[in-house]
Design a protein around this ligand. Structure first.
Ligand code: GLY
Length: 395
């Protein structure tokens, strides 16, 4: 190293590391570094919370909180469980338990399809990492509640109970909803209730049939007629246009179908996950972090979305273990590693004292609504930590 630094006289260490990648921080060291930061920041973050609030994002250097009923409420406890898995820190364990209990009421209601995100990240992780049966029943209760939003006529779980953007939806189903199926599969394993699995698999098939275009990009929203299951319209709420490829939506699809292949063994789900990867990987900028929409008109000046990158990295690492093609496995792993290196670098990993204790900067929540643009988001941190654990072989 000394000799290399002499060679690089006059150049910065960062430049040396760029030119001689062998000198780069190892992946293990990178994971250790980020989790050290996470342990300290996520502990401090709790000090700003009340008994029924959780971190959501930050605005103008102030932490923005959410109630347990907001769709992202499970990600903070979920991240605490990931930090506990990596560090075994007893203080983090106590915070993870406390913040998981905050979302209990949500597990008992079928208020929205996001009960899957909320419950699986909090109670689901608690059960997986402690094996303590006190966390088990809420997972099953929430899955049963989620099934109340399923209709055999549409073959899908209803996402929203509202219409927006001048549209009238009768039975909207969004690509994001694929993520909620993991809760059903987990609860099926825990309870042996066949209908939980059947509903998850049916929803995945309905989404496969209706949300995807011929290039395997996906629509954000498909609205069904609940009377006969026919499709009324296909559009977007959070993407650039009805026909564009909203970046986080593509990541939800990639992750959702990879997960459903793991859970069901249905090869068609693996095939679609690989086709989604085939659509998005070639469209990534050089550093691996997508623009908020792959068709944003102002690329390369459009905002990036670190949340879409983190979800994608986590999914690609899992997919690399399932694909039968060695070259694809290498590509998925290489892409994910590149994304994680970028996210772990100074351009995206916030310096201490900024970003209200969140890890990642530069995420986009809902750009068309002018909401949460170029901000930290609790779910970006969650999937970032998850991807790092996967990289390290800990999940
Ligand atoms: N599931 C909502 C979003 O991705 O913004």
């Amino acid at each position: 190293m000394k000799c290399l630094l002499n060679l690089m006289k006059g150049a910065s260490l960062a430049a040396a590391l760029f030119i001689f990648p062998a000198c780069r921080e190892s992946a293990d060291a990178m994971v250790d570094r980020v989790f050290d930061v996470a342990l300290s920041r996520y502990t401090s973050m709790d000090e700003a919370l009340t008994t029924l609030t959780l971190p959501r994002t930050a605005q103008a250097d102030s932490l923005v909180l959410c109630k347990p009923s907001w769709w992202t409420s499970g990600f903070y406890p979920g991240s605490l469980w990931y930090i506990y898995l990596k560090t075994s820190d007893p203080g983090i364990l106590a915070l993870a338990e406390k913040n998981t209990r905050k979302v209990y009421a949500e597990t008992q209601a079928a208020r929205s399809h996001d009960i899957g995100f909320v419950t699986n990240c909090s109670y689901g992780n608690a059960l997986r990492f402690t094996a303590d049966t006190i966390w088990r029943q809420p997972v099953i209760d929430a899955a049963r509640a989620l099934c109340r939003r399923y209709s055999p006529v549409t073959g899908a779980i209803r996402s929203w109970d509202f219409s927006r953007g001048g549209k009238t939806w009768l039975y909207p189903v969004i690509i994001d909803n694929m993520m909620n199926l993991e809760l059903l599969m987990e609860a099926y394993r825990l309870s042996g209730t066949d209908s939980l699995r059947a509903i998850a698999v049916a929803h995945a098939h309905t989404t496969l049939k209706n949300h995807f275009r011929s290039d395997c990009s996906s629509y954000h929203v498909v609205d069904f007629d609940p009377a006969d299951g026919s499709v009324r319209s296909k559009c977007t709420l959070q993407g650039y246009s009805d026909d564009s490829a909203w970046a986080r939506g593509q990541s939800w699809g990639l992750y959702g179908y990879t997960m459903m292949f793991r859970e069901s063994g249905e090869k068609v789900f693996l095939d679609v996950a690989e086709k989604i990867a085939g659509f998005i990987i070639p469209r990534l900028p050089a550093d691996g972090i997508p623009y908020w929409d792959y068709d944003a008109p102002d690329i390369p000046d459009a905002p990036r979305d670190a949340s879409a990158a983190a979800i994608m990295a986590s999914a690609l690492l899992e997919l690399s273990a399932y694909t039968e093609n060695k070259g694809s496995a290498q590509l998925y792993r290489r892409t994910a590693l590149k994304q994680l290196r970028t996210l772990s670098g100074p351009g995206y990993l916030a310096a201490s004292g900024e970003n209200c204790n969140f890890l990642l900067k530069h995420c986009v929540g809902n750009l068309p609504a002018g909401s949460e643009v170029d901000v930290p988001l609790s779910y970006a941190d969650y999937y970032f930590l998850e991807a790092l654990l996967r990289l390290r072989g800990l999940l």
